[in-house]
Design a binder for this molecule. Structure first.
Ligand code: SF4
Ligand code: SF4
Length: 137
């Protein structure tokens, strides 16, 4: 039985640690990228071409947000996520990624980085399963 059968606590503290640090992949699938483009066009007047050129790197069938900065921050991070409404599912689903749910040790290791884990809202096993089953990671 999964160690999270009785649920897990998590409430995001918006500390931004998961948006910075070691370079990684912040993948926007094609539909998510379209939503991002629409949002940045409306809010900042940016065109798809400029977004692709200045904010993204090609990844798989779509794009990952640039994070090639000394502190590894996601290009959309600035005192919090500046594209929160259209952040990709990868960000929405954290920390209920399958890799974090594989064992208590995996969960606890990630919790050392994320202060929102193990406190706040109690997520039921069904709620966790619903997120994890569609999570990319
Ligand atoms: S590290 Fe955890 S608490 Fe901090 S922003 Fe990310 S999910 Fe929220
Ligand atoms: S898109 Fe937003 S939530 Fe996701 S890593 Fe970038 S700044 Fe963080």
């Amino acid at each position: 039985m999964a160690f999270w059968k009785n649920g897990l606590r998590f409430s995001c503290q918006r500390c931004g640690r998961c948006c910075c640090g070691d370079p990684g992949i912040v993948y926007f699938n094609p539909a998510e990228f379209d939503r991002l483009v629409e949002h940045l066009n409306k809010t900042r007047g940016l065109t798809r071409e400029v977004i692709v050129r200045d904010y993204m790197r090609p990844h798989l069938d779509s794009y990952t947000a640039r994070d090639d900065f000394p502190d590894g921050h996601c290009i959309f991070f600035e005192n919090g996520c500046t594209v929160y409404e259209v952040r990709p599912s990868q960000c929405r689903d954290f920390p209920f990624w399958r890799c974090n749910l594989a064992s208590k040790a995996d969960w606890d290791e990630t919790a050392q980085m994320c202060p929102g884990m193990n406190q706040g809202k109690l997520w039921s096993a069904d709620e966790i399963q619903a997120v994890a089953s569609k999570a990319r990671l």
